[in-house]
Write a protein that binds this ligand. Structure first.
Ligand code: PRP
Ligand code: URA
Length: 207
């Protein structure tokens, strides 16, 4: 198992404003995108590169190009708040979508949409969701991607609860987890404390 919690002053500050209940949807979307883009630096660290040669104005440079094809898989809806920003840093990435919502009473994940690129199994796959609460949605999504043959999976979330991290570590010990913050716990309604509330509602202004 591998858990990386990004500890960086810039991310911490942006996350603090994101969490603030007085931050409106417009600012929330901007900050979510900015933090997601900053996370790319760490979540792609293990990617392979191949050598490529370019001519600079004054000489020859043996440089590098990222070798692994990448697929981003945002979990709808809230994962959409991350994918556009990451796509700006990784413009050659393809995007697959998994529609999944958590039942308010049982907290069980329910799938309603699934559209993945062909040959997704040949790529490094980054599953994106701002929130890792009970871990049910992310775990079920990872299972589904494995059923499609994916083996190079990573889970990227902004805020995680220890309960959710444990669920992923137990069910998917092969999947590295990247978080911007590891919070205290879940409350009795399955919300992360202190968390940031309902990510989808805050992104799309639906509450
Ligand atoms: C939220 C969040 C995750 C899930 C996390 O989505 O974006 O997908 O809950 O909870 P879990 O770890 O306990 O499964 P939600 O079900 O609210 O759907 P939405 O993104 O459409 O709002
Ligand atoms: N989903 C959210 O959007 N927020 C939480 O705190 C838990 C699940």
């Amino acid at each position: 198992m591998s858990l990386t919690v990004l500890q960086h002053p810039v991310i911490l500050e942006k996350l603090t404003v994101l969490r603030d209940k007085n931050t409106d949807s417009s600012r929330f979307r901007t900050l979510l995108g900015e933090i997601s883009a900053l996370m790319v630096y760490e979540m792609t660290r293990a990617m392979h590169v191949v050598e490529t040669v370019v001519e600079t104005p004054v000489g020859t440079h043996r440089g590098a190009v990222c070798a692994d094809p990448v697929t981003l898989v945002p979990i709808l809806r809230a994962g959409l708040g991350m994918s556009d920003a990451i796509l700006r840093i990784l413009p050659r990435a393809r995007v697959g979508h998994i529609g999944c919502y958590r039942d308010h009473d049982t907290l069980e994940p329910h799938f309603y949409y699934d559209k993945l690129p062909t040959n997704v199994a040949d790529s490094a796959v980054f599953v994106l969701d701002p929130m890792l609460a009970t871990g049910g949605s992310a775990s079920a999504t990872l299972t589904r991607l494995k059923e499609h043959g994916c083996t190079q999976l990573r889970l990227v979330c902004l805020v995680g609860a220890p309960e959710g991290v444990k669920v992923i570590e137990d069910a998917h010990p092969d999947v590295p987890i990247f978080l911007a913050a590891l919070d205290e716990r879940l409350n009795e309604l399955g919300y992360i404390v202190p968390g940031l509330g309902d990510a989808g509602d805050r992104i799309f202004g639906t509450h």
